[in-house]
Design a protein. Structure first.
Length: 113
């Protein structure tokens, strides 16, 4: 039986979160082990990382942290650096170079603008 100790509660939450994370990633491997997937499903699954990345990036680029409102303006340094980083990525096609470019551009914009 659990006591009302906050530390014990924190440990239980951490263990629960670790279990959920582990099993949610391990379960598909166990279920699909030794099975051949249709090419259409494999192709569809190839879009999942792109969709997740877009779902994480678009709100970060378009929403102001303070007001929680849409912020499409030349004053939005994240949006400006995101657009130029995207264009740079299309030209270069090197993930490491694109990341360095984006971080450097944002740092320069924050420093000089």
């Amino acid at each position: 039986m659990l006591s009302n100790s906050p530390l014990e509660y924190i440990y239980m939450v951490i263990i629960g979160m670790a279990a959920v994370t582990y099993f949610s990633r391990e379960l598909p491997f166990v279920i699909l082990k030794g099975k051949k997937l249709k090419p259409a499903i494999v192709e569809w699954m190839g879009y999942i990382p792109i969709a997740v990345l877009a779902a994480l990036l678009i709100p970060a680029l378009l929403i102001d942290n303070e007001s929680k409102k849409l912020f499409i303006s030349l004053d939005n340094l994240f949006l400006i650096s995101g657009i130029f980083t995207f264009l740079f990525g299309i030209l270069i096609k090197n993930l490491f170079a694109v990341i360095i470019f984006g971080v450097t551009l944002l740092a320069l914009l924050r420093y000089f603008v």
